[in-house]
Design a protein around this ligand. Structure first.
Ligand code: DP6
Length: 396
């Protein structure tokens, strides 16, 4: 029996993927760019075992036995086995691709919070399968067939998913464009907005947008080509203020095409808008003071949670600003309210306190996650980290 355990990160797009040109192969209408987040706070973990003695493929997700019939998982599995069957082995295990697999996966963050769990999950699954079946090379087009955004989670730092031109999707791949430390000491604050009713999922939402939104035509043909070029330049030149402006503009445009959809896809709530408004006021104040690098940006995926990117020095001010504007419910201690990197909130200036009080909404956020940007998937070598028993191949 061969067993491998891996972890893979969440990624947050700053130029959003929203809309497919091929539903089955998961080929996007546009290029997208993302930041991979640190695995210290959020990651998916997967153990895979293969053995000639297993009689069938089996799958456990978050401690529950699940069916493996899902076509997206099947496509990933088939493609890894196809690649493994083409591999030249030196005598041993040459039929390894035909061995059945046991897969056990867990997320260390709440799936219900809508925090890109499928991206981390599929990236982890494909990376672990690649390791156990001995498949080398670029696995991003395989992860893409699990969930589009998952292809960006196979790399760390800043990543670009090229939409590609080929009908078979061979050139629709994710490539790293800059390491995690490209913008030094970059931090991330995720504001988890209290869960409301379940929204339309990304797959269905983007399908409806492509079918019904005329604004989407403008996004694809006019705004995105120049925004992507400007974003690449801003990244290359480490131009943080421009990076922030473009990130905010793209998030707002994605939510605009969502609203232009029939029926409208409404993902942001009043609290989401209150967070966005606070960030704009903060940025305006700093610009008025002539400090343009003291800037933060927000972006929203297909849900109400804000993801805020901020340089470390600015986070010292932005975190207490958020705590002042969105104080925790009385029952919650500050430690329960702000998860992740431990930080001592600095006292707020009178000016910032006034700004926060103007947007105040007590108890509207469930909690904050304070994290960083980070690297790509990892193999865990410690046998104690395995989710499957290395003798039986069943969950521990
Ligand atoms: C809003 O990758 O979840 O997060 O390919 O249908 O599985 P499928 O969709 P998914 O869509 C993510 C959309 C987004 C923007 C982004 O991550 O680029």
């Amino acid at each position: 029996m061969k067993t491998v355990t891996c972890t893979a990160p969440v990624n947050i797009a700053v130029i959003k993927y929203w809309g497919k040109r091929d539903e089955k192969l998961i080929l996007p209408l546009n290029d997208s760019i993302s930041f991979t987040l640190s695995q210290d706070e959020m990651c998916a973990k997967t153990t895979v075992s293969i053995s000639p003695k297993f009689s069938e493929d089996q799958f456990w997700l978050n401690d529950k036995k699940e069916s493996l019939e899902n076509p997206r998982i099947q496509n990933c599995l088939k493609e890894i086995r196809r690649r493994a069957s083409k591999r030249k082995f030196d005598g041993k295990d040459e039929n390894v691709w035909s061995w059945h697999v046991h897969i056990c996966s867990k997320n260390n963050f709440p799936t219900a919070a809508g925090l890109a769990s499928s991206a981390a999950g599929y990236a982890c699954l494909v990376y672990a399968l690649g390791q156990v079946y001995g498949v080398e090379g670029d696995l991003s087009p395989v992860a893409r067939q699990g969930s589009g955004s998952a292809c960006r989670s196979v790399h760390g730092g800043l990543v670009r998913w090229h939409k590609g031109e080929d009908d078979d999707g061979a050139d629709s791949v994710a490539r790293p464009i800059a390491p995690p430390g490209h913008f030094p000491d970059l931090q991330v604050i995720i504001c988890v907005v209290s869960a409301g009713q379940k929204k339309t999922g990304s797959t269905e939402g983007m399908r409806q947008t492509v079918a019904s939104s005329s604004l989407m035509q403008h996004r694809i043909k006019v705004s995105l080509p120049s925004r992507i070029e400007s974003m690449m330049k801003a990244i290359e030149e480490k131009d943080w203020p421009t990076f922030c402006d473009l990130t905010i503009a793209d998030s707002n445009e994605m939510h605009a095409v969502c609203l232009d959809t029939s029926p409208p896809c409404v993902y942001m709530t009043d609290t989401s808008h209150a967070v966005a408004s606070l960030i704009h006021k903060y940025n305006d104040l700093k610009t008025d003071q002539g400090d343009i690098n003291h800037k933060v940006c927000y972006t929203f995926d297909a849900g109400p949670n804000a993801c805020i990117f901020t340089p470390g020095a600015v986070a010292k001010e932005v975190l207490p600003l958020l705590l002042q504007a969105f104080p925790p419910p009385p029952a919650q201690t500050p430690k329960e309210y702000v998860k992740g990197i431990a930080s001592q909130p600095a006292p707020l200036s009178k000016e910032l306190k006034r700004l926060a009080d103007g947007c105040a909404q007590s108890g509207k956020l469930q909690y904050l996650i304070h994290t960083k940007v980070g690297d790509g998937p990892r193999v865990l070598v410690d046998p104690a980290s395995s989710l499957l028993n290395t003798t039986t191949g069943l969950p521990n």
